[in-house]
Design a protein around this ligand. Structure first.
Ligand code: NAD
Length: 334
């Protein structure tokens, strides 16, 4: 069976790393019909918009997309193309695993945790304005709903069960943000009661940041609101070697979009030296989501072994290999 997948190469280093990911995903033997469409700054000259209608239609149909990073052009009417895509398809859970890599020297060598971030609400609701023309003050409204909180925490529990994980830490700031963060915590506690076989802990976000740096081994799954998850998942990427190495899955009931955590890296775009690991790992997460568990494991293992061998590391990991050379090192292991 061939599965249609929408492919968005994206901006900056996007086309380079996405092309590398397609090569290694195809090499697993899973049959995918890649449907290439445009989005981001690169779509404006051809389509007049960073989110063309045909791109939305393609995702609506395939229900699955692999995407490179997107640049949001300033003043084009979108706060962020990524945020718009997450809202359009109600991709309410952003799943970002962080696991140490053999061959990448960091402070800890045994990090193995997942940050699950609420992806559509909170400080990213887009309700923000200056109170006057002089910009003497500004306000931003954080919107949290019980339904939005429950579905992401429920997803965290289902993810824990599917992946043999034992503990969920709900991260909040309910001591200060009593209504918004308080509601997220209250909804999370209610969901947790339905899953007594998974340990449930609560932690205030500032303490969580400190605990992650001091002792990341105490965490298994972290579930939290949009802004906290955005910041903490970059922190956890840093714990395992940086943004070039971590992938994310945006999950909704009717579609899922897989991507790297990193952005378009304009400083190295066009030089052929980007690390494609993050989008490759996003590809492994997508294969698992498609039910292709063996292929997903095979791909993730080949990527990890290629990094562990250190034979073709890119500049961000202290090597001097090109994106193509690293890709060849992964392909050889598949
Ligand atoms: P960035 O992630 O693009 O870059 C941060 C640093 O990490 C840079 O030094 C870059 O060279 C390095 N880096 C990132 N990915 C790398 C890789 N694969 N290999 C080697 N080095 C890598 O963050 P930024 O500079 O803050 O953002 C640049 C643009 O990307 C902005 O327009 C931003 O809006 C956009 N962005 C998009 C996404 C997305 O599409 N999901 C996410 C974050 C940022």
């Amino acid at each position: 069976m061939t599965t249609p997948v929408t492919l968005i190469p994206g901006d900056g280093i996007g086309p380079e790393v996405v092309d590398a990911a397609v090569q290694v995903i195809d090499a697993t033997g899973v049959k995918i019909e890649w449907q290439r469409v445009a989005a981001g700054a690169g779509a404006i000259p051809t389509h007049g918009t960073p989110i063309p209608q045909e791109t939305l239609e393609a995702i609506r149909k395939s229900k699955l997309a692999l995407k490179g990073p997107l640049a949001t052009p300033i003043g084009e009417g979108y706060r962020s193309v990524n945020v718009a895509l997450r809202k359009e398809f109600e991709l309410f859970a952003n799943v970002r695993p962080a696991r140490s890599f053999a061959g990448v020297q960091t402070r800890y060598n045994d990090v193995n945790l997942v940050v699950i971030r609420e992806n559509t609400q909170g400080m990213y609701s887009g309700v923000e304005h200056f109170v006057d023309e002089e910009h003497s003050a500004a306000e931003s409204i954080s919107i949290i709903t019980r339904k939005g909180s429950e579905r992401v925490v429920e997803h965290a529990f289902l993810y824990a069960k599917a992946h043999g994980r034992k503990q969920i830490t709900l991260v909040h700031k309910a001591n200060i943000l009593k209504c918004t963060s308080g509601l997220f915590l209250e909804a999370g506690r209610d969901v947790a009661k339905k899953h007594p076989e998974i340990a449930f802990k609560e932690m205030i976000v500032d303490n969580c940041a400190m605990q992650l740096v001091k002792n990341p081994g105490q965490f298994d799954i972290i579930v939290t609101t949009n802004l906290f998850g955005d910041i903490l998942s970059d922190l956890t990427s840093g714990l395992v070697g940086g943004l070039g190495l971590t992938a994310g899955a945006n999950i909704g009931y009717s579609a899922a979009i897989f991507e790297a955590v990193h952005g378009t890296a304009p400083d190295i775009a066009g030089k052929g030296i980007a690390n494609p690991t993050a989008v490759m790992l996003a590809g492994a997460m997508m294969l698992e989501h498609m039910g292709e568990k063996a292929a997903a494991t095979k791909l993730a293992t080949a990527i990890r072994e290629a990094i562990g061998s250190r034979e073709a590391l890119t500049g961000d990991l202290g090597g001097s290999a090109t994106c193509k050379a690293f890709t060849a090192s992964v392909l050889k292991r598949l």
